[in-house]
Design a protein around this ligand. Structure first.
Ligand SMILES: NC(=O)c1ccc[n+]([C@@H]2O[C@H](COP(=O)([O-])OP(=O)(O)OC[C@H]3O[C@@H](n4cnc5c(N)ncnc54)[C@H](O)[C@@H]3O)[C@@H](O)[C@H]2O)c1
Length: 332
């Protein structure tokens, strides 16, 4: 008889409870440790919902930096897509974006020069989807605004930076019935799609444990500490690592597992824990860089988060006894 994963966990959790009653196991953790308190009243379940089909998908892209240029090319290459608008703070970046898709037949309107120009793109009535490729701190603000203005959202990770921002996205999406999708190269491309398909077809049998990892080499001088100093908009990528703790970019290690294990599609995470090392490389890199160039002095002796992080997520159906998903992220 074929056992599906959820049935399997129901059976093992019943067995686990048997151990508790025999005094051999741990009792269930108190609700107060729940990292995702359900403070919000669900209005509508977006899982499984499909908005009315569009014959032509008209897109506005906000943020035409490192990743944005590739996004513009990728979206612009899809049949049935029209890139209607490009927006970035920097005028030359939107111009460059437009050049990249000229041969593909797109002639977007260009917006640049002001912190809030992107709102004009969201305000338009001839755009269906807003693609967000800006620094992290803008994602929730821009996504929520776009949904409020009748647009679906396709945002780069991380869609949100806090639990409150996560709920803001959920609530706005449910209320407006606009899709809010967080893209991730680690589950929306090539080999990852193949892996997911294999899982769904049962190639690996019953999945009871998975591990994912991702490495961001944050002391990379050519990339994050770029000598041209303009590569990342106002060094936002480095700055996100000051004064914050934990795994800020769990998406790549985590999202493929989420898809494979039906999280939020019949299963959910009940508990999460996160462990990190000290900073052993960022202040050191800041010292090397500022010895070479005074520009980097403001990044010296800062409260950088730990360089290696280990997170552990647990499934409610097996309570705290079985740790079935782990992700592991480290930086050199
Ligand atoms: N999925 C992946 O594999 C992957 C890979 C790289 C980056 N990313 C993500 O892509 C996003 C962008 O990263 P990046 O590397 O392109 O950074 P970047 O700094 O090169 O680009 C960000 C762009 O946003 C623009 N911007 C900033 N504030 C703006 C505003 N108010 N209005 C309009 N534009 C504004 C900047 O001028 C810049 O061009 C991040 O979320 C990052 O995590 C994802």
């Amino acid at each position: 008889m074929k056992t599906d994963r959820r049935d399997f966990f129901k059976k093992t959790s019943v067995a686990g409870l048997g151990l508790v009653s025999a005094g051999l196991g741990c009792s269930r953790q108190s609700e107060s440790r729940d990292p995702f308190p359900q403070t919000h009243r669900q209005r509508f379940n977006m899982a499984g919902y499909s908005a009315p089909q569009l014959d032509l998908v008209r897109i506005g892209v906000i943020g035409i930096g490192e990743r944005g240029r590739g996004t513009v090319m990728q979206l612009g290459s899809i049949e049935g897509v029209e890139i209607r608008a490009l927006c970035d703070l920097e005028p030359e970046r939107v111009k460059r974006g437009a050049e990249l898709i000229l041969d593909l037949g797109h002639k977007p309107d260009l917006y640049s020069g002001g912190e809030e120009e992107w709102k004009k793109v969201c305000d338009r009535s001839d755009i269906d989807v807003i693609a967000i490729v800006t620094p992290w701190h803008l994602h929730t603000i821009q996504a929520a605004y776009a949904m409020e203005h009748d647009k679906h959202v396709y945002t780069q990770l991380t869609a949100a930076n806090t639990i409150d921002e996560c709920w803001q996205l959920v609530e706005t999406s449910e209320r407006t019935r606009k899709h809010c999708t967080q893209t991730s190269a680690s589950c929306h491309s090539g080999i990852h799609a193949v892996n997911l398909n294999m899982v769904r077809q049962g190639f690996f049998g019953l999945l009871i444990h998975a591990e994912g990892n991702y490495i961001h080499q944050l002391n990379n001088k050519e990339y994050f500490w770029n000598p041209d100093k303009g590569k990342f908009h106002r060094q936002w990528r480095l700055n996100q690592n000051i004064g914050r703790q934990g795994n800020l970019y769990a998406g790549h290690g985590f999202t493929p597992i989420v898809q494979m294990m039906h999280i939020n599609y019949g299963d959910k995470i009940d508990y999460i824990s996160s462990f990190q090392s000290n900073d052993f490389s960022m202040n050191e890199t800041a010292k090397i860089m500022s010895d070479e160039d005074d520009f980097w002095k403001p990044w010296l002796n800062r409260d950088y988060r730990g360089n290696m992080n280990y997170g552990n997520l647990e499934d409610p159906t097996v309570y705290e006894r079985v740790q079935f998903i782990k992700y592991f992220s480290k930086m050199h």
